[in-house]
Design a protein around this ligand. Structure first.
Ligand SMILES: [Zn+2]
Length: 308
């Protein structure tokens, strides 16, 4: 009888061991989503990111090697880019066991801001629909305009709370044996978001109602959460032409804009020129940064002038 019990407990130990042997293969579209999933899954998942650093997240196409990776994944978290919808049938056809979860489900959306096209020649306004997929360098506006809604939902702590809830539910369903671990990690992540939100409110509070100038309007949700105003001037390529730059300076002066948001995908040099001309400052931030919370905190410090 004793021997049977020992044998039984060895079997149980083996079974428990096999549950946590393989981390869940998870795929996401962009790096900040990796941050969210890893906060809740910890080492229980391996998270692959589709859009590489520096690539245009609006007009992305997965490479064949990434399709192979997707074929091995248990779950794919989409975030609401139109290209995801185009690729989903191909992605699910290559892996019938793949669960697709819209991380941005039930996330309140805001419309894309009105754009100032300052260059006047209007060339890029006349894009024929069939030309859209041929030019990878084209800014994503034409695609975003399809829905008229701003796709940059991950740059809002209040919206990330909702997205984290979907991650928790999905992981618990896929791996019920670790439900308690996921719940505990999720609770900690909620605390982290709470602290971040409190810090941003404190630091950004005095700047409520102020406008910032951007090339690419990625920060609409951050503005929405903390009472700032985003003024977008879409520039094609990295560098605005001298005439564009002059008009941006005029516009910033007229509107009393003292903050210029630059991102690694754009040239910080011209942002610096504008900031100097209006007596304001450049705020460096990367909408695609994997260090999501750290990036937002650093931006808030720059807005407040407490960090160069
Ligand atoms: Zn964007």
């Amino acid at each position: 009888m004793k021997r049977l019990l020992i044998f039984g407990s060895i079997l149980l130990t083996l079974a428990a061991g096999s549950v946590q042997a393989q981390p869940l293969p998870v795929q996401v579209s962009i790096a900040p989503q990796k941050y969210f999933v890893e906060k809740i899954a910890g080492p229980l998942a391996v998270v692959g990111v589709l859009v590489p650093p520096g690539a245009d997240a609006h007009v992305f196409e997965p490479k064949p090697s990434q399709m192979v990776q997707l074929a091995k994944a248990r779950v794919f978290f989409s975030i609401g880019f139109p290209w995801e919808t185009n690729w989903l049938p191909k992605i699910t056809a290559s892996n019938s066991g793949l669960q697709v979860v819209a991380m941005d489900r039930d996330v309140p959306r805001i419309p894309m801001p009105a754009h100032h096209h300052e260059d006047g020649d209007g060339d890029h306004e006349k894009i024929s629909p069939d030309a859209e997929h041929k030019d990878g360098d084209k800014p994503g506006e034409d695609h975003e305009a399809e829905s008229g809604l701003d796709p940059h939902v991950w740059l809002s702590p209040s919206r990330v709370r909702i997205m984290a809830g979907h991650v928790l539910t999905t992981l618990k369903n896929l791996d019920p044996a670790h439900a308690l671990v996921y719940e505990e990690n999720h609770r900690r992540f909620m605390d982290e978001i709470q602290a971040l939100d409190q810090d941003l409110k404190t630091v950004l509070g005095p700047f409520k109602g102020q406008s910032f100038l951007v090339y690419h309007p990625a920060w609409g949700y951050l503005a929405d959460d903390y009472g700032l105003k985003q003024v977008a001037v879409e520039v094609e390529g990295k560098e605005p032409k001298p005439a564009q730059l002059a008009e941006m300076i005029d516009h910033a002066k007229e509107a009393g804009i003292r903050m210029i948001f630059a991102q690694p995908q754009m040239s910080p040099k011209s942002a610096q020129v504008i900031a100097q001309a209006v007596g304001g400052r450049v705020v460096m931030g990367d909408p695609m940064a994997e260090d999501w919370a750290g990036n937002l905190r650093r931006m808030a410090q720059q807005i407040s002038g407490k960090q160069p």
